[in-house]
Design a protein around this ligand. Structure first.
Ligand code: SF4
Ligand code: SF4
Length: 92
C-alpha cells in the first residue's frame, strides 16, 4: 500500500526549504555569524529561506535564530534581508 503524504499546500509555513548541510556541522568554516536587530526585524523569514545551510530557524515568536553549528558565515542572510537588520559579526 502507498503511504499518503501531504502536498506542499498542506504543509505549515516555513516547512519547505532547501537545506544542504544540517547533516554536517559547517559552523567552523567561517569566522563570522549573523546578529539580528529585533527592533527592525519584520519576521519576513527571508533569511530562513535564503540560508544555504538551513542554519536559521524561525522561533515560536516569529523571530529568526541562527544555529552556529551549521552557520558557515557566508553572509547571504545579511545580503538578502530586505530591511538590513542583520549584521555579520565575528564569532565569540
Ligand atoms: S551567514 Fe547566514 S546565510 Fe550564511 S550560513 Fe550563516 S546563517 Fe546561513
Ligand atoms: S530577513 Fe531580516 S527582516 Fe526578515 S526575518 Fe530575517 S532578519 Fe527579520
Amino acid at each position: 500500500m502507498t503511504e499518503s503524504k501531504p502536498g506542499w499546500r498542506e504543509l505549515p509555513r516555513g516547512a519547505v526549504s532547501i537545506k544542504s548541510s544540517t547533516e554536517y556541522e559547517t559552523g567552523d568554516w567561517g569566522i563570522e555569524a549573523p546578529e539580528f536587530d529585533r527592533e527592525k526585524c519584520t519576521k519576513c523569514t527571508f533569511c530562513h529561506f535564503f540560508c544555504p545551510e538551513g542554519a536559521i530557524e524561525v522561533r515560536e515568536d516569529g523571530f529568526p535564530e541562527v544555529d552556529l553549528r551549521y552557520c558557515k558565515g557566508c553572509g547571504v542572510c545579511a545580503e538578502e534581508c530586505p530591511v538590513k537588520c542583520i549584521t555579520m559579526v565575528v564569532k565569540k
